[in-house]
Design a protein around this ligand. Sequence first.
Ligand code: ADP
Ligand code: MG
Length: 239
Amino acid sequence: MSSIETFDLRPGRILNKKYEVISLLGAGWEGEVYKVKELSTGIERAAKFFFHEKNPKNKQAKWYAKKLHKLRSCSILIHYQTQEEILVRKRPVTYLISEYVEGELLIDFLKTRKGKRLTTFEGLHLLYALSKGIEKIHLLKEYHGDLHSENIIVTKFGLGFKLKLLDMYKWDLASRHNIEDDVCNLIRIFYDSIGGTKRYSKHPKAVKEICCGLKKSLIVKKFKTAGHLRRYLEIMHLD
Ligand SMILES: Nc1ncnc2c1ncn2[C@@H]1O[C@H](COP(=O)(O)OP(=O)(O)O)[C@@H](O)[C@H]1O
Ligand SMILES: [Mg+2]
């Protein structure tokens, strides 16, 4: 059977007599996410539909739901609610219902900024908000596994950033390596958000001391977890 590239769920379609499809929110490697309305309450939710080949025996959806549940005290992660199944072109498809997050993907938010990047100071605030949120995941000896600008929603930009993270990934490595990879990905997001390679030389020394030229061995020697990075940012000097 050929693989499904889009579920193409039309607005107005009723799912399991419980939800009404409102619109497509986004798509990624693993599936498609739609905004839906819970019929009994009118509350908007997000429904993530998994592509068959990315979800054999429903393993990936189950793993993701359980992980979100285990990490429900980490407020940077979306809140998982329930799992359902529908038939799409005669094939069963699992979807997970979670809270609907209003905001803008980091990748799109950056495009709206002057020069399509953040100032150094804004970038440090972004890194701080991410580190503080992910610190709680690392304290539980867990990792995110898929940190990039399309899995981060900026819900508020003011004195600081308010963020939500989507979409975790299960790697087969021991979690210490995954935690270190999370830290490297955080620093990569920071580096890219302040203009990437093109602007790197123009940034103050303090930025280079965080980015370590993006060398993984140097980064993990300095910051073993997001908590280390958060503490470092709280006492750093910027001049
Ligand atoms: N809870 C949510 N609230 C709002 N938008 C969401 C939500 N979950 C996902 N999205 C949107 O859907 C896209 C794909 O979701 P994601 O879980 O990252 O799927 P994939 O694993 O396929 O990348 C995201 O980049 C985002 O734009
Ligand atoms: Mg994604």
